[in-house]
Design a protein around this ligand. Sequence first.
Ligand code: NAP
Ligand code: G4F
Length: 327
Amino acid sequence: MPRALITGITGQDGLYLSELLLSKGYEVFGLVRGQNNPKLDVLRRVAPEVQVLTGDLTDVSSLVRILAVAQPDEIYNLGAVSFVAYSWENAALTTDVTGKGVLNMLEATRLYAGDDIEKVRFYQASSSEMFGKVQDVPQRESTLLWPRSPYGVAKVFGHYMTINYRESYGMHASSGILFNHESPRRGPEFVTRKVTMAVARIKLGLQDSLTLGNLDAKRDWGFAGDYVEAMWRMLQQPVADDYVIATGETHSIRDLLDAAFKAVGVDDWARYVEQDPRFMRPAEVDLLVGDASKAREVLGWKPAVGFDELIKLMVEADLAEQSALVH
Ligand code: NAP
Ligand code: G4F
């Protein structure tokens, strides 16, 4: 039975990846932060077979201890401060967790592997946010990185450190440069879920309006369930490498509003939506759209869920969740 360790297991991707690995017969260990993590209940409900180990990406000794217990064949480093807007207000924390946390995990992995570096495979959750002020359209693995947020800068550090461990020590370390991916498990602070929750609540008469920031930014949005499959495929390759994972389609926040309100039969959403500078960012990433042809050719990966279907399924999940709360 292969053994996997996932950091960030209580997050959106950690939950989907746990389900995927368990369905493939893996023994799954998850690093969980904090003495009473409120998201642990969801993990226990979704994937009760996961073995929980307590630690923190900023605490190297906890990582060394966890690796000694889990003895993993594969490590998926998904843990991060992942909300871009928050990263300006908490730049040092974001640097410590999202940036230096990757180095901590790589170094703990190197110590764990000892003389047998081939015994373990490492996945780093890199991000399309690293492209920032984009230098190519669409963005691919070779596109120059130009991050626009403390989060993006921290991800660039982790990305290059992962490449450095591959080149310096021969570690099987791969980075997935994942474009935005969403689901009903997405945190409510991210724009897709903020919109689908609000639309569901407006439909149910629980809320009157929705306040957003920049409506013109464009993102390449896919379904998280499809994207964790790509992570796993990367670690099954004979040689480690970096891959863009994306749908190749881009949509604005306005398109997102069209799709979400359409799912509840509303064509004219303008009367429900307000804008507030509070939700604008000091520096915006205007346009993301990825070219995932390398992943398609080498990994045989392609997304199954399209944009309209994704937003509809998120609205439907939020309608069910919000109605259950009131009834
Ligand atoms: P998420 O839902 O925000 O989950 C982040 C996870 O990181 C949570 O489990 C969180 O645990 C954990 N974490 C935070 N601080 C930690 C620390 N100090 N030590 C250990 N764990 C810590 O993020 P996601 O959407 O699943 O994304 C997974 C990864 O992919 C992240 O690295 C993210 O930056 C990256 N990524 C995401 C996307 C996307 O569109 N979703 C795209 C590209 C890259 P708590 O329960 O303790 O908060
Ligand atoms: O949903 P978002 O907060 O996601 P963002 O910043 O693109 O980051 C996500 O994707 C990255 C991959 O590219 C990940 F690495 C990262 O961890 C995270 O998962 O914002 C999307 C867009 C932005 O342009 C933002 O300015 O939506 C715009 N937006 C407009 N109004 C808003 C809002 N975003 C949020 N969160 N809230 C608003 O009210």
